[in-house]
Design a protein around this ligand. Structure first.
Ligand SMILES: Cc1cc2nc3c(=O)[nH]c(=O)nc-3n(C[C@H](O)[C@H](O)[C@H](O)COP(=O)(O)OP(=O)(O)OC[C@H]3O[C@@H](n4cnc5c(N)ncnc54)[C@H](O)[C@@H]3O)c2cc1C
Ligand code: SF4
Length: 591
């Protein structure tokens, strides 16, 4: 039996950094592109904030949840990724740093080595430039008020100076609009002079609310939906949301077939009844298939569909790592510069989540170990309220004092009717939250993890913190040094004592390599053994990037797009342009 399927030059699965860059580059070059994204679109103001809405803001359609956060838990680590139009950019912290030149290293993988990058920094330089332009990066404008008084940024700068590392400290490029081009930055003013975005909404400059990791409700983050995906749509790409791809297979006669669950009319908050196969499904076909479903999504899809891809390299699932992510917390920081030990105010809830980065160079760059970055990891302001509210005993004591004071007023025992001071006292000094700041470390842990399917078809990752023990110890020591220079204490993420980390930067699983014996895809992202099948997301990394990976994922995507466009033009030379068409395709993968 055959169903009718729409046909495109390229189908792209996933709309994160890899998928969005490909979507725009290919659509702009005149290819017929369809993007299938499982999550929803999030226009300004649509990111949930209330506890009730947050409770439902997770991704698990079988339980009726179609929200933004997709959390994974494996034996040695947990992971956080996103589901939505724009992928991880919706919840990321906006840092776009380039991978350091000397870390594109070549080790012998057959002789105990871990990384062999088939591309160099020089190969990526123009692509980095192109992505930075498109993402409209700006640095945190620390030279202008009110930004100049951002306590956490100034504290990190001071710590770098006190550690003798001032030259390794920077305000990294951020994909956030702080000010209109050529104007002095001002929080909360309309962003002008942009082409219309796909949400058809006006954005405003950054309000410094610290909510970047739960979605920016003012559109101040230059997320992929406002940049690449809006441009892709203008160039004719078709963007389908709530389209969860489940099956893939090579089509007879060339190209690929992609089947997806269409969640468009699926009610939310209603757990699925019956098997997934009963849900409405659609099929599209394409000459080329780009998998950009992220580091958990793409290897998972390929592992589930592996029997349809007999030519795939045996390296599928290998070289996984969490880009060395490690979270630490500085507490009770002080400032003795005046001779008196005063609390050092850090106010982690003020400003975008990350404003600064301190680089600890690795061996290749004249330092020690494998190298890493430590960044200030701010958070939404309401977290401070939760923190202060959680300290019940002092709060109850202060509450009782206030009640006693009010009672005296109501019963005429005091004539002073101004209770402002007492109400302020109810809040306490709030120094617990004000003098604390999370730190996010990341760098070059060993890509020694392995992704596999469990017997019941779930994703499993075998990754151990112990494999990179020295690296993690070094990051911990440097965090403790930063806390010490700010006269505070470092508290480790309690999970790390259980040899577990939480990564927000998962990488690997479909690594680039020089041949199928070392990689799943080549240096243009095309799969060995399956021409026309591409992996363009964090899964293609043959090792950790070191700094935050999104810019490198996007730059590689920009480079892969050149190769794909060339290959498409060679294959279609002389063929007339065709509108998206419908044609008969097999309704099931080959048995
Ligand atoms: C809290 C947080 C902060 C971060 N901060 C930074 C930062 O400051 N800088 C930085 O560089 N990186 C940061 N990251 C990491 C960054 O978000 C990721 O590295 C990046 O998004 C990965 O891009 P990608 O192209 O691999 O895939 P993703 O961006 O993860 O996109 C994959 C997309 O595929 C979709 N998808 C998955 N499976 C399917 C399917 N079966 N069918 C259809 N669609 C599917 C997903 O919904 C998603 O939209 C952060 C991450 C988090 C969680
Ligand atoms: S700090 Fe607030 S306004 Fe600024 S980019 Fe982050 S979420 Fe948006």
């Amino acid at each position: 039996m055959a169903t009718r399927a729409e046909h495109f030059d390229v189908v792209i699965v996933g709309s994160g950094f890899g998928g969005s860059v490909m979507a725009w580059r290919l659509a702009e070059a005149g290819l017929r592109v369809c993007v299938l994204e499982r999550g929803k679109a999030y226009p300004p103001g649509s990111f949930p904030r209330s506890p009730h809405d947050m409770r439902r803001n997770f991704w698990d359609p079988s339980k009726g949840m179609h929200g933004l956060f997709n959390l994974w838990s494996f034996q040695g680590l947990g992971g956080v990724v996103s589901a939505g139009l724009g992928g991880g950019s919706l919840i990321y912290a906006n840092v776009l740093l380039r991978k350091d030149e000397k870390t594109f290293i070549h080790e012998d993988l057959h002789d105990g080595g871990y990384e062999d990058w088939p591309v160099t920094r020089a190969d990526l330089e123009t692509h980095y430039d192109a992505v930075e332009r498109m993402m409209r990066v700006q640095r945190y404008p620390l030279e202008h008020p009110p930004y100049s008084s951002t306590a956490k940024t100034l504290a990190m700068k001071l710590a770098a100076e006190r550690l003798g590392r001032a030259r390794d400290w920077q305000l990294p490029p951020l994909a956030v609009t702080f000010g209109n081009p050529g104007e002095v930055p001002v929080p909360g003013e309309p962003i002008r002079g942009e082409p219309e975005n796909l949400h058809h909404r006006t954005r405003t400059t950054c309000h410094l609310c610290g909510e970047c990791d739960i979605g920016c409700n003012t559109g101040s983050k230059n997320t992929l939906d406002y940049t690449y995906l809006s441009a892709a749509k203008r160039a004719g790409a078709e963007l389908r949301t709530r389209a969860e791809v489940t099956e893939l297979w090579p089509a007879e006669g060339g190209g690929y077939v992609v089947r997806y669950l269409d969640h468009t009319d699926t009610p939310e908050d209603v757990p699925r009844e019956g098997p997934q196969s009963m849900l409405p499904r659609s099929t599209v076909t394409a000459d080329r298939l780009v998998l950009a479903a992220g580091t958990f999504g793409t290897p998972f899809l390929l592992l589930k569909n592996q029997r349809n891809f007999p030519g795939l390299s045996g390296q599928l699932g290998t070289r996984f790592c969490g880009n060395g992510d490690l979270l630490g917390f500085m507490r009770q920081c002080h400032d003795s510069s005046t001779g008196k030990q005063l609390p050092r105010i850090l106010e982690g809830g003020h400003g975008p989540v990350i404003t600064s980065a301190l680089h600890f160079r690795g061996r290749e760059e004249g330092g020690t170990g494998r190298g890493y970055y430590i960044e200030d990891a701010g958070y939404p302001e309401f977290v401070n309220w939760l923190y202060e509210g959680a300290h019940q005993v002092p709060l109850v004591q202060r509450g009782l004092r206030l009640a006693w004071r009010l009672l005296r007023g109501w019963t005429g025992l005091t004539r002073d009717s101004d209770v402002s001071e007492e109400i302020a006292e109810l809040l306490g000094d709030c120094l617990g939250s004000a003098t604390s700041l999370p730190l996010l470390g990341m760098g070059r842990d060993l890509p020694s993890g392995h992704m596999r399917l469990t017997e019941d078809g779930m994703l499993n990752i075998d990754w151990r913190m112990s494999g990179s023990r020295e690296y993690f110890d070094e990051v911990r020591h440097s965090m403790a040094d930063i806390a010490r220079t700010l006269e505070g204490k470092l508290v480790q993420n309690p999970l790390s004592y259980l040899s577990r980390v939480i990564t927000v930067h998962p990488l690997g699983g479909c690594p680039m390599g020089r041949g199928p014996e070392t990689g799943v895809v080549d240096a243009t992202g095309e799969a060995f053994g399956h021409p026309g099948l591409y992996v363009v997301d964090g899964a293609m990394m043959p090792g950790p990037t070191g700094p935050n990976p999104s810019l490198t994922i996007a730059a590689l995507a920009d480079r892969f797009a050149d190769a794909l466009i060339d290959s498409h033009r060679r294959a279609t030379r002389g063929r007339a342009w065709r509108a998206p068409e419908e044609g008969p395709w097999p309704s099931a993968p080959p048995m």
